[in-house]
Design a protein around this ligand. Structure first.
Ligand code: ARG
Length: 410
C-alpha cells in the first residue's frame, strides 16, 4: 500500500497536473480536497475530474459558514485591511484550507499534504505555515514550486497524460474567489500604468453603467457582527451574497492595489469586494459612535498588525490569537445600525445609530438645549497649555540660544 497525500484541489490545470505528477514522482496515492468558500463552482464536475485524472478519492467540503464566521467576521471586527486597500479575501481562505487539509489528512491516515501554489506568491507561505502550526509532523509537497515547468510545458504534460486542459487556460487572468472578494492578476494588469479593462470584472458593474438613482442600505450589527440588511435578519453567508450583489450592481467594490508581497516583490492586484467595502466602512462608522477616542486610536494600530499577520501567513500564531481576544473585547458595545448610500461606484455612510452611542446631542448642539458648560473650558485650557507656556518662557528666548540654533540648521 502506498503512502497517502491530501492535495488541495481547485480543478484547474496546475492542481490537475499535480495529481499525476505526485503519483509519478513520489509514488503516493492522491486524495483531493476541494474547499467551497463561496466561489460558485461546479463541485461535482471538479470531483469527477480529480478521479478521472487519477486521484484515489476526491472530497469536497462546504466551508462557507466556517469561512465567514471564523475568519471573515473576526477580520471585519478587527478592521483588517492590508496596506489600507486589500480586504484579505484570499489571505483569509488559506489558513482555513490548511486546517481542512490537516483534518482530512488525519482522517485518511495520510503522511503528507500538497497544494498547487508556485514559489512566487503569498499563498504558499499561508498554506505551509498553517500546516506547520497545526500538524508539524506532516510533510508538505508543492509540485508547482518543485517541477520547474513553464506554462507551456505544463500544458504539454497535461496533454501527454490525457488531462483535460480547461478552456479558461486561454484567459490571461489568474483569478481567486471567495465570499469576501475576488482577486484578478496577470495579463495586461501586469503593467501598472494600464487601466484594467472591463472584461475580468464579473462581480461589479462599471460605475459608469450603474443605476442613475442611488440605493440606500441599512446594516444592523450585533457586537461588531453584521446581522441584518434593511431590517431583515440574515446568516453570514446570505448576508455577504446579498451585499455583493447589491453593492456590485452599483459599481461599488473595485480596488486597484500595487501590493507588497511577503516574498519581497511588488505586484499589481485588482480586487472586486463589494460586500467587504460596504461592511468595513459601516463597521468603522459604528465604532466611531460606540468606542472612545483612545480605543479607536489603539484599535487602528491593532488593525494594521492584524492585517499584516493575516497577509503574512501567521493566522495561527499566538500573537494573532492574542489580538483577536483584544478585538473581541472592543466589540462588546458595537451594536446598532448604519445607513449607507451606494451610487455609481461610491459608498458613503450617511447615518448611524446605536443604543450604546457615546454621541450626546445635548453636549454637541449649538442650539437651544445645550448643556455643555463653557465656563469649564478656560480652567481646562490653563492646565492643558501649562507645559507649552512654561517651555516657551524658558527656552524660546534669545539667551537660550533659540535664534542661533534655528539659523545654524538652515
Ligand atoms: N494578492 C492577493 C493575496 O496575496 C491575492 C492572491 C491570489 N491568489 C491566487 N492563488 N490567485 O492574498
Amino acid at each position: 500500500m502506498s503512502a497517502k497525500v491530501v492535495l488541495a484541489y481547485s480543478g484547474g490545470l496546475d492542481t490537475s497536473v499535480a495529481i499525476k505528477w505526485i503519483a509519478e514522482k513520489y509514488g503516493m496515492d492522491v486524495i483531493t480536497l476541494t474547499v467551497d468558500v463561496g466561489n460558485e463552482r461546479d463541485f461535482t464536475a471538479i470531483q469527477q475530474k480529480a478521479l478521472k485524472v487519477g486521484a484515489i478519492k476526491s472530497l469536497v467540503r462546504d466551508a462557507k459558514a466556517t469561512y465567514v464566521n471564523d475568519y471573515v467576521f473576526p477580520a471585519l471586527q478587527a478592521d483588517a485591511v492590508y496596506e489600507g486597500r486589500y480586504p484579505l479575501a484570499t489571505a483569509l481562505t488559506r489558513p482555513l484550507i490548511a486546517k481542512l487539509l490537516v483534518e482530512v489528512a488525519r482522517q485518511e491516515g495520510a503522511a503528507a499534504v500538497a497544494h498547487g501554489c508556485t514559489g512566487k506568491g503569498n499563498d504558499q507561505v499561508r498554506l505551509d505555515v498553517g500546516v506547520m502550526a497545526l500538524a508539524p509532523d506532516l510533510k508538505i509537497i508543492a509540485p508547482a514550486r518543485e517541477w520547474g515547468m513553464t506554462r507551456e510545458e505544463t500544458i504539454n504534460y497535461a496533454k501527454r497524460h490525457s488531462i483535460p486542459v480547461p478552456v479558461t487556460v486561454s484567459s490571461p487572468y489568474s483569478i481567486d474567489e471567495s465570499l469576501w472578494g475576488k482577486s484578478i492578476e496577470c495579463g495586461v494588469l501586469e503593467d501598472p500604468w494600464v487601466e484594467p479593462p472591463e472584461e475580468p470584472f464579473t462581480w461589479t458593474r462599471s460605475p459608469a453603467k450603474a443605476p442613475n438613482t442611488p440605493a440606500y442600505v441599512e446594516i444592523g450589527f450585533e457586537k461588531g457582527i453584521p446581522v441584518t440588511v434593511n431590517g431583515r435578519k440574515m446568516g453570514g453567508v446570505s448576508l455577504l451574497r446579498r451585499l455583493n450583489e447589491l453593492a456590485g450592481r452599483h459599481g461599488v467594490g473595485r480596488i486597484d492595489h500595487l501590493e507588497d508581497r511577503l516574498v519581497g516583490i511588488k505586484s499589481r492586484e485588482i480586487y472586486e469586494a463589494p460586500a467587504a467595502v460596504v461592511l468595513l466602512q459601516a463597521h468603522q462608522a459604528l465604532q466611531g459612535m460606540t468606542l472612545s477616542k483612545a480605543q479607536l486610536r489603539f484599535k487602528q494600530q491593532v488593525a494594521t498588525e492584524y492585517a499584516d499577520l493575516t497577509y503574512n501567513g501567521l493566522w495561527f500564531s499566538a500573537l494573532r490569537e492574542d489580538l483577536a481576544a483584544y478585538v473581541a473585547s472592543t466589540q462588546r458595545f458595537v451594536t446598532g445600525t448604519v445607513r449607507l448610500k451606494l451610487f455609481k461606484g461610491s459608498c458613503n455612510v450617511v447615518g448611524r445609530r446605536s443604543p450604546f452611542s457615546l454621541y450626546s446631542y445635548s453636549l454637541a448642539t449649538y442650539d437651544k438645549g445645550d448643556q455643555f458648560d463653557q465656563s469649564a473650558s478656560p480652567g481646562f485650557i490653563q492646565l492643558w497649555g501649562l507645559p507649552v507656556k512654561i517651555q516657551a518662557q524658558i527656552q524660546k528666548t534669545e539667551s537660550a540660544g533659540n535664534r542661533l540654533s534655528t539659523r545654524l540648521s538652515f
